[in-house]
Design a protein around this ligand. Structure first.
Ligand code: GLC
Length: 614
């Protein structure tokens, strides 16, 4: 065969040499002939490579559905498989693999930052990854996803809003919508268009380390606030692009049974949801229905199991209920490594999850083996090409709807907005509205700004890291003042009159011989944590915090206790000794919001988002 081809080529060249007037003309003819051959071969192997620049999918005036179909018809099987892979950015061996495997999405897990944690460095990092995708044959842009859990808080300098539990206490739909929109602006400024938020879990056991990521225990409140957050988050930002939201963690996460975690380090996170279907539908499904009505682009499957089935393997819940009954048109993404927790081996897990209704797999590590599994499954018919096309159609639909094919690379489209005064003022408003007055039997509040002497103490009085909690710069947060923001202590100092004296002691040591202060403020609570690392059988105050409160009480005429926590803490044995107690949840960078209410510039309006036994 090979000999025949070469002899034909040599005969052709000899014939051309006889008719070509000069050797140069012969060379030009041969080069042109080769070029035609290459293009012909390319078009044969890669249908749709021709006329790409004038293709329907490249035309922003065309309907999304038409653009999706045009692109889908141009894609090879390899390019389709790549769209189903979500890879964490530190697992990309060679950036060229992004185009080589046609990867659909990358993510930064909690704390996975560029070498220097600045907004510009984030934008540069994402644009570099994006450049490899856009230089691929069909220039299909990457989705880049993060957990902007309470603002774009992986990024140092971003506005740090109160965590969702505090927003649940505010019950303020408009406020939450504005926070979603502001978060999207700060994300898009760094080139990131996918947020794995909001959590619309309905927490039923507040020993769970992820309680603070939820809007609370009331399904209706969670539905309203989750939808509002998405309306804000997915609103248009720069160059007509927008951010894709993710309703998570489908379904029944928050109602697991203590001690059933599949992770040996955890107690309830990633555990078993043991509720009947009626409860699942009455309590946990409505927030997802509301999110779909709000146009959520993606839904994330939880790590939990229900009725003995890993959620990522549940065709009933993912396809029949979510996509069928609720009519979800976006794409389903699995949670971190969650697909491979389906028993029976990795190949079986991939086949099971894709056929159950998972469209994109948060691998998040090994895209090469995933690609191999997918090829095998398609060749064996374990996964049909129709199912592959359905998944790719959903993913591309979200990318087109977010304007990712339209926007030029995200040049500096507002980096100076991160942590802007306007955004921090919104965060401060949210802090004010999140505060819940648990008790004030002697009407100590509001405090007078002219109070002569106030003592302040406690583990969370001067600690931005504790105010912010987990998912802040680092996955597990940072205990200390390494993060920009205003501590509650500084906010108090900024609020009182110039004649007032504010004394601070971390442990409440103010010297017993002194005259009692007019007011003593003890600000105490939890150290930062995230996910199952925060599971706690008996959330309460530490002995050190209790000792601090006792010392402040002994050194002042009136005591105010402020609790900084991701969930209710059991204070029943002590609370009768305290006249005034405030729940401040995890307020974030704007401690000024606490002082605003403490000194009466604003009233207490927050109400409990979960039960707090007193
Ligand atoms: C985590 C969490 C999920 C998060 C994802 C990406 O394991 O369960 O909420 O969005 O991984 O960080």
């Amino acid at each position: 065969m090979f000999g025949t081809v070469t002899s034909k080529i040599s005969t052709t060249i000899k014939t051309l040499a006889k008719i070509a007037p000069t050797p140069w003309v012969l060379i030009v003819i041969v080069v042109l002939g080769v070029a035609v051959a290459v293009v012909t071969f390319w078009l044969a192997v890669y249908p749709g490579s021709a006329d790409i620049n004038s293709a329907v999918y490249r035309d922003p005036t065309q309907p999304v559905a038409a653009r999706v179909e045009d692109l889908l018809n141009r894609m090879t099987t390899a390019e389709k498989i790549g769209q189903l892979a979500l890879v964490e950015k530190n697992s990309i061996h060679r950036k060229a693999d992004i185009a080589r495997y046609g990867l659909g999405a990358l993510l930064s897990g909690g704390g996975a930052k560029p070498e220097f944690n600045t907004p510009q460095a984030w934008l540069d990092m994402v644009n570099e990854f994006q450049s490899y995708a856009k230089n691929s044959r069909l220039s299909i842009p990457l989705l880049y996803g993060v957990d902007a859990t309470h603002g774009h808080t992986n990024v140092l300098g971003a506005t740090i809003f109160p965590h969702a539990i505090g927003l649940g206490a505010s019950r303020d739909v408009d406020l939450v919508r504005r926070i979603g929109a502001t978060t999207a602006q700060e994300m898009a400024a760094t080139g990131i268009h996918w947020n794995f938020l909001p959590s619309v879990d309905v927490v039923q056991d507040t020993r769970w380390g992820r309680t603070y990521e939820t809007f609370g225990a009331d399904s209706k409140v969670v539905s309203e606030l989750g939808a509002a957050y998405l309306e804000g988050l997915q609103s248009r930002v720069y160059n007509a692009s927008s951010v894709i939201g993710t309703a998570k963690h489908y379904l029944g996460t928050g109602d697991m049974v203590w001690g059933t975690s599949g992770n040996p380090n955890f107690k309830i996170d990633q555990g078993i949801t043991r509720v009947d279907e009626a409860t699942l539908r009455a309590v946990h499904l409505p927030p997802f229905a509301a999110a779909i009505k709000a146009g959520v682009g993606s839904v994330m499957v939880g790590h939990t199991t229900w009725n003995g089935v890993e959620l990522a393997a549940s065709r009933y819940l993912l396809s029949d209920v979510l996509k069928g009954e609720l009519g979800f048109q976006g794409f389903v993404v699995s949670d971190w490594y969650g697909v491979y927790e389906i028993p029976g081996g990795e190949y079986h897990a991939v086949v099971t999850a894709i056929n159950a209704g998972v469209d994109m797999v948060m691998l998040p590590y090994d895209y090469k083996s995933f690609t191999r599994y997918m090829w095998q499954a398609l060749e064996r018919g374990d996964i049909t090409t129709e199912r592959l096309d359905d998944a790719v159609r959903r993913i591309l639909g979200a990318k087109f709807a977010a304007g990712l094919f339209n926007s030029a690379s995200d040049e500096d489209s507002g980096l100076n907005q991160l942590g802007s005064a306007e955004h921090r003022e919104l965060a401060r408003e949210a802090v004010r509205k999140s505060l819940v007055l648990l008790k004030d039997t002697q009407h100590t509040l509001p405090l007078n700004k002219q109070t002569p002497r106030i003592i302040v103490a406690g583990s969370s009085a001067h600690n931005i890291g504790r105010q912010s909690g987990g998912w802040t710069v680092e996955w597990q947060g940072i205990d200390g003042n390494w993060i920009p923001g205003t501590t509650i202590l500084d906010a108090i100092k900024n609020t009182v009159s110039k004649d007032s004296v504010i004394e601070y002691s971390l442990e409440g040591d103010f010297g017993s011989a002194r005259q009692p202060a007019d007011v003593g403020i003890a600000i105490v609570g939890e150290a930062p944590y995230a996910e199952g690392w925060g599971d706690s059988e008996h959330p309460t105050l530490t002995p050190e915090d209790l000792q601090t409160i006792a010392q402040v009480k002994a050194a002042s005429k009136k005591l105010v206790v402020i609790i900084i926590s991701g969930r209710p803490l059991d204070i029943r044995p002590y609370v009768d000794e305290w006249n005034t107690v405030v729940a401040a949840w995890l307020p974030g960078s704007e401690g000024g919001g606490v002082a605003d209410v403490l000194f009466g510039d604003y009233p207490f309006t927050g109400t409990l988002p979960v039960a707090w036994p007193l």
